[in-house]
Ligand binder design. Structure first.
Ligand SMILES: *[C@@H]1O[C@H](CO)[C@@H](O)[C@H](O)[C@H]1NC(C)=O
Ligand SMILES: *[C@@H]1O[C@H](CO)[C@@H](O)[C@H](O)[C@H]1NC(C)=O
Ligand SMILES: *[C@@H]1O[C@H](CO)[C@@H](O)[C@H](O)[C@H]1NC(C)=O
Length: 321
């Protein structure tokens, strides 16, 4: 039996397995090594496609964080009998609530199947990575989801530790145990959260010296800022309310994410064009990086504090040890 490693992201998942002397990332049935976190065709079936549920783990329905997420989601949430957050889905012609553990369980079951197809043998044991800021309740909820999927989760691993391991495994030139370690800073700007860690490496040894994070800063905040900006512009320019049309809104998100990536490589004015956007209307606009930086100044300002804090923590750690 093989043990697989699962990177359970907010937006995407990856599965890895140790074989033939290396770590291999497994491809799904579309030959893609990255599996998106949603279950159905998202653009055509917006209200019944469940995605972006990672932050619902281990929280009650009334938790302010769940309520903030709820506004962003194109599908409905529901309070489960024990007060936890659940998801309302049309399933076999019937509206049905699913516990978040069941939803993530379905995703994990899919990843289990992908692993079994790739490895051509049963898979039960796994390690799942989770954000280092996950609380005990969130961790228990992910463990329960693994159980739903028929997976035996040997341990949950902090994403910051997983990243450091991935770095250390292949490095041939790390200092020997009796020398000063090499300190490395890892910065992970995910779709929904931002994590920073400082790790000390010697040959065969890894020590996480410090970890900081902003659990509410990620790529999606930048996408949202762009979406809000274009929604405002289109309201005056085309007299349309994009936020009332979930399919159009989703397309705008996708285009804004592309535009954001283009702007990071190109500082000139870049076009945003979407055909048949709403009411058979084609829309177009443009933006450049300087405008984007101004629009997102308050988000960019949140990048530095965790970096400073992690350096402070790491130097304190070194003074104490
Ligand atoms: C609440 O109930 C759901 C099933 O409805 C279950 O999956 C979940 O683990 C329960 N949460 C807690 C904290 O007991
Ligand atoms: C994972 O992160 C949490 C919170 O930062 C920390 O308390 C815990 O010790 C970490 N676990 C490991 C195994 O690094
Ligand atoms: C940047 O984008 C503009 C507009 O699309 C294009 O004309 C230009 O070639 C691009 N520059 C680079 C360096 O890619």
């Amino acid at each position: 039996m093989s043990v697989v490693g699962i990177d359970l992201g907010f937006l995407n998942c990856y599965i890895a397995v140790a074989r033939s002397g290396g770590i291999e990332t497994i491809a799904n049935e579309y030959s893609d090594r990255c599996t998106p976190v949603y279950c159905q065709q998202i653009v055509t079936n917006v209200r019944n496609t469940i995605h972006g549920f990672k932050k619902l783990h281990g929280r009650s329905f009334d938790d302010p964080i769940v309520q903030t997420e709820r506004i962003r989601l194109p599908y409905e949430l529901q309070k489960m009998p024990n007060g936890s957050a659940g998801v309302k889905v049309r399933y076999l012609e019937e509206e049905r609530p699913f516990a978040i553990e069941q939803v993530t369980g379905m995703l994990l079951a899919k990843l289990k199947e992908t692993s079994e197809n790739a490895l051509k043998k049963p898979v039960a044991d796994c390690v799942i990575s989770i954000p280092s800021f996950f609380t005990d309740a969130e961790r228990r909820s992910v463990m329960a989801a693994a159980q739903v999927a028929g997976l035996n989760c040997l341990r949950l691993m902090n994403e910051t530790t997983a990243v450091a391991l991935a770095y250390g495994i292949y490095k041939q030139d790390l200092p020997p145990l009796d020398e000063k370690p090499r300190n490395v800073v890892f910065i992970d700007m995910g779709h929904s959260a931002y994590q920073v860690s400082v790790c000390a490496f010697n040959k065969g040894k890894l020590k996480v010296l410090a970890t900081t994070f902003d659990p509410y800063l990620g790529g999606r905040n930048f996408d949202e800022a762009l979406v809000d900006y274009f929604c405002d512009e289109f309201r005056t320019k085309y007299k349309i309310n994009v936020k009332e049309n979930s399919r159009a809104l989703l397309r705008l998100y996708q285009e804004c994410e592309k535009l954001k990536k283009l702007m990071s490589a190109n500082a000139s004015d870049l076009p945003l064009n979407i055909e048949c956007f709403m009411n058979d209307l084609d829309v177009s606009s443009k933006m450049n990086r300087a405008q984007f930086e101004q629009l997102c100044a308050s988000l960019f300002a949140r990048v530095e504090p965790p970096l400073k804090a992690v350096m402070e923590q790491a130097s304190k750690w070194k003074l104490l040890n």
